[in-house]
Design a protein around this ligand. Sequence first.
Ligand SMILES: Nc1ncnc2c1ncn2[C@@H]1O[C@H](COP(=O)(O)O)[C@@H](O)[C@H]1OP(=O)(O)O
Ligand SMILES: [Mg+2]
Ligand SMILES: [Mg+2]
Ligand SMILES: [Mg+2]
Length: 326
Amino acid sequence: MTTNAPLIMRIMALSINTAKRAGVIIRDVLKQGDLGIVDKGKNDPQTEADRSAQRCIIASLAKKFPSIKIIGEEGGSDLNVCDEWLVSELDETFLRQDCPADWRDAQPEDFVIWVDPLDGTAEYTQGIHSNNETKFNLKTDYIIGFVEHVTVLIGIAVKNSAVGGIIHQPFYKQSSGELGRTIWGLKGLGTGGFTAVKPPANEFIITTTRSHSNALHQKAVDVFNASKVLKVGGAGFKVLQLLEGKAHAYVFATPGCKKWDTCAPEAVLEASGGTLTNINGEHYEYHENVEHVNGRGVLASVGNNHQELVEKIPLEVRQAVGTKQT
Ligand SMILES: Nc1ncnc2c1ncn2[C@@H]1O[C@H](COP(=O)(O)O)[C@@H](O)[C@H]1OP(=O)(O)O
Ligand SMILES: [Mg+2]
Ligand SMILES: [Mg+2]
Ligand SMILES: [Mg+2]
């Protein structure tokens, strides 16, 4: 069965297990304590966990699918990894499902896999560990910090469009006490790993950045006159909030996030009936030569009024997003 399944199903099934393995690496680096932080730019940290998780993910995917283009946030990685980081088993439960007809015949050259090994790095570096070095207990202490916002994102694009995605949340605490959960979505098939909840009908809640705001972005958030504005880290975590009914819209009216931030969240959200576009309501492209920066920000929503939300943001604000002054 494993070998006969259409390529996209096998890519999704390996990505599910690879994202989980990356999540273990991310927890281990935090537990061990030396984050190895490097500044890639303003408000743009990278840690040992970003680097190691990317090596694990790309080495595993590249070994199984050598002719598929894979683009990771942390650039070219050394793919010579230890055996424990090489994931080769596919998620059999996922594979048992039928492949949507639209993707059944997709060929290796049709795919680009966009990898964000650790989304929410700023929040990861503000986890509780550094404040509580001697008494740190991952199972109980992490909730005080922001590490819940951290996700591993593997996005699967077919011919330009975000089609499939994995969002793994390494610090999510299950009711059993176990850490981590893995959410997937494939357009035409649906989603798994969580229970979709509709946001409250009598409110309008926005989820937005806590670490990359500016005056223009604030202007776009303000026009909605939201009943609540949640400021959280990571594109993956904000989309989880939409999927779980904690917010109605995700507003990010500034450039800064990239294709690896939005490919998986867009696919999962849209497989669940929502919409993720730039601030003008246009979908991003995900082919291998596309500009990495999402220059016109992000607007995502769960209802069927996405275009209305776009039009609420004054045209001059939308036009200013992505110009030099922002
Ligand atoms: N100005 C920026 N520079 C680098 N990365 C950014 C920037 N703005 C957003 N991002 C990426 O998009 C994610 C969501 O942004 P925010 O939390 O501000 O809403 C961030 O966690 C970060 O991903 P990453 O943590 O993978 O580097
Ligand atoms: Mg980063
Ligand atoms: Mg990211
Ligand atoms: Mg990242």
